[in-house]
Design a protein around this ligand. Structure first.
Ligand code: PA5
Length: 445
């Protein structure tokens, strides 16, 4: 199992103080279980891992197989919660260089609809010319501008390049059961579609088809992913005592650190494959807790890369930070440092050691240095990067986020703040229905 260690927060907060959250954490978890807390109409993720049926997984796998058989490239169009979970898992499990190889065992996954970069879209559509590509259009609301814009361009290109009949086969929609333009288009065009349950918000949707379909297309075992999440659901169950519940302890620790002036949590990895797990985590915690002028700011770094950039700030900048390190216990491959007779680089002291041993000493050395520099350190150990353990990690962070948000006293399941930019953008673009806002915003310019 994944494990959690908070020993190295002791310079800032005491274990007693963390354990004093026991009742609060239990109440928070009861509110999640009983649906009595804020945002209780968005709790569909809570028992999702243990309730996913074999038939549902089989349906997802069959659709993935159709895309795998008919496409060299699959574009996942989505933004925020409608894209980050899939990308986090796919990048954590993928060979870092497969996308450069000519012979592939699975379609390459490419992302769109998560920005409005004209150059990005131009280059993507140019690249896709003559390619056998398919498209997964993911949007719960079905109306998100970034995603809808990319989908409009790519749908047209897919139909032109592959013909209407094949396009119908290789375009899949994941959206609301009834509402939104993505649903209307899917029904009208006869695309295979999956439903995002009403009671699962975007950032908690990785274990719905939103995450599972792209992950299956990329060739990963979604059953093991769900089993991992389901085992973590048991490990963090309401009946588990506080001292044994890693999610409750993580939630309590971060709230206590926050109370003690640690306003920024930096998620750290020592494995570049985890970069997008951090991006997913940032959204999960940032959107869930950053409201009512409260909330820890979630940041992330990739070490040791960023030790050569942000390392200075972390060691000696303003002391408002703490780190949560995701440490991967065992790499999937073995690589030894070779011996070199001339030893011109002076690295023979490492000869015969595994590269990971060097990495682990970088990790330990960094932990000791940062703790000495008054940066409390939480450590999460994941045995290896596999579907099973990534599934555990995802659910661990989700349930901990629900508990933590309730302890903080916010609704972790809404995101009213993200509407402000959209309103302004629509007003500036003169979207029909925004006439009043258009007038008002013009006067501000
Ligand atoms: O977590 C969320 O709710 C958001 O990040 C959404 O996932 C994001 O805005 C995309 O929305 P939609 O799926 O409606 O296109």
């Amino acid at each position: 199992m994944i494990s959690l260690n908070i020993e190295k927060t002791a310079g800032c907060i005491s274990k007693e103080k963390v354990f004093a959250y026991e009742a609060l954490a239990k109440d928070a978890q009861k509110a999640l279980e009983n649906g009595t807390g804020l945002g209780n109409d968005f709790l569909g993720w809570l028992h999702l891992p243990s309730s996913i049926s074999k038939e549902h997984l089989a349906d997802i796998k069959a659709t993935a197989q159709t895309l795998r058989e008919n496409c060299d490239i699959v574009i996942v169009a989505g933004i925020g919660g409608s894209y980050l979970g899939a990308r986090a898992v796919i990048e954590a499990l993928s060979n870092s260089f497969t996308w450069l190889q000519d012979k592939k065992t699975a379609p390459a996954i490419v992302y769109a609809g998560h920005n409005i970069g004209e150059d990005y879209l131009y280059e993507l559509t140019e690249f896709l010319k003559d390619k056998k590509f398919g498209l997964i259009n993911i949007s719960k609301s079905g109306t998100t501008t970034e995603t809808a814009l990319a989908f409009r361009l790519l749908k047209k290109q897919c139909e032109q390049q592959r013909g209407k009949e094949m396009a119908k086969k290789v375009i899949v929609a994941i959206t609301d059961a009834k509402k939104g333009a993505a649903r209307i288009t899917a029904d009208k065009e006869g695309y295979k579609s999956f439903i995002i349950p009403d009671n699962v918000g975007g950032r908690f949707s990785v274990l719905t088809p939103v995450g599972l379909l792209p992950i299956a297309v990329a060739g990963f075992d979604i059953e093991n992913l769900v089993t991992g999440a389901s085992d973590m659901e048991k490990t963090c169950g309401l009946d588990v005592p506080f001292a044994e519940n890693p999610a409750a302890i993580y939630a309590a620790t971060r709230n206590e650190l926050y109370k003690n002036g640690k306003k920024i949590e930096i998620l750290v990895n020592f494995n570049p494959k985890l970069h997008y797990v951090s991006e997913w985590w940032k959204q999960l915690y940032g959107e869930s807790e950053g409201k009512e002028n409260k909330g820890i700011f979630p940041a992330a770094v990739d070490f040791s890369t960023d030790l050569h950039s942000m390392g200075q700030w972390i060691q000696e900048g303003e002391r408002t930070i703490y780190e949560t390190v995701i440490s991967v216990e065992k790499p999937n491959h073995t690589m030894l440092v070779p011996s070199d007779e001339a030893n011109l680089d002076g690295l023979n002291f490492l000869a015969g050691k595994r590269v990971d041993e060097v990495n682990k000493m970088a990790e330990l050395g960094t932990q000791l240095a940062h703790v000495d520099g008054d940066v409390p350190n939480i450590r999460i150990v994941i045995p290896e990067l596999s579907e099973y353990y990534i599934g555990q990690l995802l659910y661990f962070f989700e349930i901990a986020c629900g508990i933590s948000g309730y302890i903080l006293g916010v609704n972790p399941f809404n995101q009213p703040g993200v509407e402000a930019y959209k309103k302004n953008m629509f007003a500036l673009l003169n979207k029909p229905g925004y006439e009043e806002e258009s007038k008002a915003i013009q006067s501000k310019l």
